[in-house]
Design a protein around this ligand. Structure first.
Ligand SMILES: C[S@@+](CC[C@H](N)C(=O)[O-])C[C@H]1O[C@@H](n2cnc3c(N)ncnc32)[C@H](O)[C@@H]1O
Length: 483
């Protein structure tokens, strides 16, 4: 089998069946239409019978092709024997979705369902998509020893971990997922992945990892109909349990990144709900709500995802789901990132925030710094802060706005040009500090100088400054210079 997959990979690469090759061939219009699940423009762009067009039709669009139009060297008989295609009456049809991925490898999953297709099988293995890319972008880029991908599906996170982790373990409750994931890894030339079947952390009982990533079955519904997205546990309990159990599988200094959904329940602040999951884990935690949907939007999204719009059961499924949300007093469903870090501190910190704006990618390139800033701000005493040499972070800009001709600005904003690209409104003291803090001098004498300039009592300013500066440190506008 591995020999077949090696030859297939060579042929896919030689034919230009790569992310860039497909993108170029489809063009913007067909690619955008595909993101709306409309295949007609893509079928038109690939109907010339040439090798690349034929491969895109067969494996990306899931359309049957003429066997005689298949690229020379495509081992159809062997692929049919391996169950990857069927050949009948001179026509070849794929049994799987085989897509190039941004890491340069390939992913094998079940065929995408589109409106009008037969219903999904309950053990459907979903292909990589936006959420997969989201988690891959979030995960720390730090090289690690042992990494775990929990709920590997088609194996996409392993493609991202490969080369960064010395050992990779991937788990899934669905045996079919592991079967297809193994194909993905072999086709991507990745060897040595330890694949284990089982639920949640059961397959790695008693083991610890330096990095844990999971794009879990986070969808919240009244019935666990599809393993690829629903755990079968009630409400958002699966994500809660993942958060609570993850620290028990982190090695000292280890990090865990999860995608999650959480409920907004009438009368409860969602921050308390998610913060409650993180509190008591013994880890530093950072949860970010990237989006929130109302119950109807959410139900529509996931019924569409399983191509159930337009089916006879659509209204009934929609109604049941919405009715269940109502009975649980659900007002919305949050989507976001959760990161846990086992820093070994006896005083762990949890930050829960809403932040939906575009960020610099990959977040994994600076996520360790984000966590570091949150913990530094939390752990510094006022006295330590006043004695510390503060530096304004690289790329922070100051924006001053106000009525034309006014002597003083009405509003001063500090804006990050990189990283999370946060912006925050500040007062004159913080703005003045941003202008002079280059890490050379401790904070206290700088505050004294500013107090003199603006005519304020230096002792008052020293007393007030830590409370104002701590959030700016936590959010990465200032950092403590160690140089
Ligand atoms: C949303 S898919 C994620 C697939 C892939 N890791 C990605 O990033 O695209 C969730 C995966 O979790 C698996 N899963 C569902 N229930 C699980 C459980 N109780 N324990 C472990 N994995 C589970 C599903 O089979 C599915 O492959």
């Amino acid at each position: 089998m591995n020999d077949l997959l090696d030859r297939l990979r060579e042929l896919l690469l030689d034919t230009g069946y790569t992310i860039d090759g497909v993108r170029e061939r489809l063009g913007d219009v067909a690619a955008t239409a595909l993101s709306r699940e409309e295949t007609v423009p893509a079928l038109r762009a690939t109907g010339q019978g040439d090798p690349l067009g034929t491969l895109i039709r067969l494996w990306w669009l899931g359309a049957p092709v003429e066997a005689r139009g298949a690229p020379a060297g495509l081992p159809l008989e062997e692929l049919a024997a391996a169950g990857l295609v069927t050949v009948e009456g001179g026509r070849v049809a794929s049994t799987v979705h085989l897509q190039p991925w941004e890491t340069g490898g390939y992913l094998v999953s079940d065929r995408k369902v589109r409106p009008g297709d037969p219903a999904l099988r309950p053990d459907h293995v979903v292909g990589a998509g936006g959420a997969s890319a989201n988690l891959a972008q979030l995960a720390s880029r730090r090289p690690v020893g042992r990494a775990l991908d929990l709920g590997t599906g088609c194996g996409v996170q392993v493609l991202h971990l490969n080369g960064r982790a010395e050992e990779i373990t991937a788990t899934d409750v669905n045996p079919r997922a592991l079967e297809l994931a193994r194909l993905s890894w072999a086709l991507s030339g990745i060897t040595g992945v330890e694949a284990r079947r089982g639920s949640m952390f059961d397959p790695v009982e008693g083991e610890r990892f330096d990095l844990v990533v999971s794009n879990p079955p986070f969808v919240i519904s009244p019935a666990g109909r599809f393993t690829y997205r629903e755990s079968g546990l009630s409400a958002d309990d699966f994500c809660r349990d993942l958060v609570r159990r993850a620290p028990g599988h982190l090695a000292p200094g280890g990090t865990c990144h999860l995608l999650a959904n959480w409920l907004h329940v009438d009368g409860e602040d969602w921050r308390d709900r998610v913060g409650g999951w993180l509190a008591g884990t013994g880890c530093d935690g950072w949860a970010v709500q990237r989006d929130v949907q109302d119950p109807a939007e959410y139900v529509e999204l996931w019924l569409r995802d399983a191509a159930e719009q337009g089916t006879p059961r659509y209204r009934e499924l929609y109604d049941d789901w919405l009715g269940w949300f109502e009975s649980e007093n659900v007002t919305g469903i949050g989507f976001g990132w959760i990161t846990l870090h086992d820093s070994g501190s006896l005083d762990p910190v949890v930050r829960v925030e809403e932040y939906g704006l575009p960020v610099e990618l990959p977040v994994g390139g600076y996520v360790d710094e984000v966590l570091g800033a949150i913990t530094t701000a939390h752990r510094l005493t006022d006295a330590q802060l006043l004695g510390a040499r503060l530096a304004v972070a690289e790329g922070v800009l100051e924006e001053r706005t106000g009525p034309p001709g006014a002597e003083d600005p009405a509003r001063i904003v500090l804006r990050q040009t990189g990283g999370l690209r946060r912006s925050t409104r500040v007062g004159t003291v913080e703005a003045a500090l941003a202008g002079v803090c280059d890490g050379d001098y401790p904070l206290a004498p700088l505050l004294d100088a500013i107090a003199e300039l603006i005519g304020e009592d230096p002792d008052d300013l020293r007393a007030k400054a830590p409370a104002v500066l701590r959030p700016l440190i936590a959010e990465g506008f200032f950092h403590i210079s160690t140089g």
